[in-house]
Design a protein. Structure first.
Length: 187
C-alpha cells in the first residue's frame, strides 16, 4: 500500500511540523542612523549610495569637481596663461600635437572623438587614449566626457579657449621642434 508521505504534494514535504527543527531566524539589525536636527544621516550600508550611482554625479576631472565663482575661474586661467610655457614644455611632442589636433578638430567638427583624432594623426585610437590620459594627468584644460556610457567626446575647456591662445600654442609647438617647417615662410 501507499504511505501518506507518497501522496503529499512536494510543497507539503517542506512544511514545518513539530518534530522538525526550526531554522534560526535572522536577528533584526539595529537602526544605523543618527539624528542630526531634522535630517537622518546613515552610518552604515543602509541608504548609502553605491559607487555606480554616485559616479554619474561626480567627475574625475579637476575642473568640474568644484564650482568656482566667475572671478576664481578667470584668476585660475590667468595663472594658467602665465605658466603657459612651463606647462607646455613638460609635455611630449606627440601629446602637444594631440592637444593641438583636438583644439582644431573641435573648431572644425564640434564633437571630437578618439577616432577623429586618430584618423587625423594617422595613429591608433589606443595611442590617442594614452596621450589624452597623460594630458589630463598633467592638468591641461582638456575634458573627456562620456555620452550614453558609450561614446567619448573630447573638448577644450571654454574658459581656456576664451584666452585665445591658439596662435601661441602653434608657435610654441614649432619652437619646440626646430626641424619642423611652416608654410608661412614659403609664400
Amino acid at each position: 500500500m501507499h504511505s501518506e508521505e507518497e501522496f503529499m504534494q512536494p510543497e507539503d514535504k517542506f512544511m514545518h511540523t513539530e518534530d522538525q527543527p526550526q531554522l534560526p531566524v535572522e536577528p533584526k539589525k539595529p537602526n544605523n542612523t543618527q539624528n542630526r536636527g531634522e535630517e537622518q544621516v546613515s552610518s552604515g550600508n543602509e541608504g548609502g549610495y553605491s559607487f555606480i550611482h554616485s559616479f554619474t554625479k561626480h567627475s574625475f576631472n579637476n575642473y568640474s569637481q568644484v564650482k568656482h565663482s566667475q572671478n576664481e575661474k578667470s584668476d585660475k586661467f590667468q595663472g594658467f596663461k602665465q605658466d603657459f610655457d612651463k606647462i607646455f614644455d613638460d609635455i611630449s611632442k606627440q601629446e602637444f600635437l594631440t592637444f593641438l589636433t583636438i583644439y582644431q578638430l573641435e573648431e572644425d567638427i564640434n564633437k571630437v572623438m578618439y577616432v577623429d583624432v586618430a584618423r587625423k594623426l594617422k595613429l591608433t585610437e589606443g595611442c590617442i587614449r594614452t596621450y589624452v590620459s597623460s594630458l589630463l594627468k598633467k592638468g591641461l584644460p582638456l575634458v573627456k566626457k562620456k555620452y550614453n556610457n558609450k561614446q567619448v567626446f573630447l573638448y577644450i575647456l571654454p574658459e581656456f579657449r576664451s584666452l585665445d591662445l591658439k596662435q601661441k600654442l602653434i608657435n610654441t609647438f614649432y619652437q619646440n621642434d626646430p626641424n619642423q617647417k611652416t608654410l608661412q615662410g614659403h609664400f
